[in-house]
Design a protein around this ligand. Sequence first.
Ligand SMILES: [Mg+2]
Ligand SMILES: [Zn+2]
Length: 186
Amino acid sequence: MKLIVLDRDGVINHDSDQYIKNADQWHPIEGSIEAIAKLSKAGFKIVIATNQSGLARELFNEFDLTQIHKKLCHMVEDKGGVIEGIFYCPHLPEDNCDCRKPKIGLLKQIEAEFQCSLSDCYFIGDSLKDIQAAKKAGCIPILVKTGNGESTLEKSTYAELADVAVFKDLAVAADIVLRASEYDDA
Ligand SMILES: [Mg+2]
Ligand SMILES: [Zn+2]
């Protein structure tokens, strides 16, 4: 199955140390919405896997999160694409749940929902947590330099980023993925 997993904050939208607490604070990174729509129109199922510990911290609630995700989905739909699913971890790091990335609970949920294996699917993120989860699940990890991306590049070891493709942003990553998939289809 052609499925792409995306992290949300720092990949699709500008991140904030103060957390994104409502739809008004949610702003897409330039070109990201168009990139998602392009991938979707090319036949990729777009699924989001995001850590949202702000829920457990009570910085926002499920309603706020739904409003944020409605905004995101509507923007993508306006460009002719569709987001197939948004999977989030609501827990704190110290909750030791199975779903907070770098653990792969969210990826397991996606596999169950879509009845597929994520091995060899692309996973695009901006943090080492994303890359680690991607590798554990057998995905093809892609790091973007937006959000935490630059800092991830700086702080991670050579081994941690081995076999990780790095691109400027989601728009560039999407173009490369599309070119690679045309090559595969040919
Ligand atoms: Mg992120
Ligand atoms: Zn969790």
